[in-house]
Design a protein around this ligand. Sequence first.
Ligand code: PLP
Ligand code: COI
Length: 340
Amino acid sequence: MTEKVALDWGNLGYGYTRTDYNYISYWKSGKWDDGRLTAENTVTISIGSTALHYGQECFEGLKAQTARDGKIYLFRPDQNAKRMSASAKGILMPDVPEDRFIDACLQLVRANLRWVPPYGTGASFYLRPFEFGHGDNLGAKPADEYIFCVYGSPVGPYFKGGMKPISICVADVDRAAPRGTGHLKIGGNYAGGLMTRMLAKQAGFDDNLFLDPQTRTLIDELGGANFFGVTKDGTVVTPDSPSILPSITRRSVIEIARDVLGLKVEERPVPIAEIADFVEAGACGTASIIAPIGSIFYNGKRYEFSGGKETGPITRRLYDVLTAMQRGDHPAPDGWLVEV
Ligand code: PLP
Ligand code: COI
């Protein structure tokens, strides 16, 4: 057994704690090098790097969890590999092959075992793979060289208070453009949301809910998580939209709702007007896990779910099954858990 670092595992927030090793690989002249672990957590790049000027950067987020028997599992890393490949291609970067992506994640966790939170603490080891263009450049064009890195950090819940329902407000700006890059996990999509998130926080909300940028009549997603609602008859409803990030947690929630809980699931455009009909609502994502939404502020009115302060029964069951699968306490579909 690895001796763990002395951290207050049960009270971690979502933030960066430097660990022992990071992974780095360079792409040059048409190919990736072998990649390696490094104790350094800095990179030196040209001031002309496209990542710095034109946002040629994409990233991923996935978690490793410790099971009851001490084994450590990555949750659906193949899905993150595929999504990062799509993001990279979408901004003209070479993609990292899936086996290489997963191998880098495995190497990173194995090198940082003492930072992986123990079973039962509620915390997890968050991995952040990312890729960006670098090298001497001036014009708005793709770089000639690329770097793929993975770093990690032990983390607690993204929203303070864990399962405490969050309150969100509908943003009056858009996160993505119609026919834009909202479906890719690229840095530029997040820079544009920083101001509205800060304003939402200053007004006492935990996050924003974004509407579809084309008509502003449909629910898109939160700044860092997808949305779902639950109707009176127990149907789980989640937006189908070209401008949201296709969340791996959301895909897992849909399968759990249907196949484990036997619920009806609708993935379709969801008019914002429908929030008045939802009895429960939630945000889902790797960092957020499943965060119950207690209230949504929209058009000068506050809409409450499950009394505003409680976690609804379906949201709770989805959370319980998802997190039990992630730590190996509940059987998961083939391929969802990859042992480290
Ligand atoms: N939507 C946005 C904008 C995100 O940043 C994230 C986080 O990755 C998600 C949704 C959730 O996606 P996933 O469940 O794959 O982490
Ligand atoms: C994740 O959930 O992994 C994300 O990347 C969201 C980010 C806003 C922390």
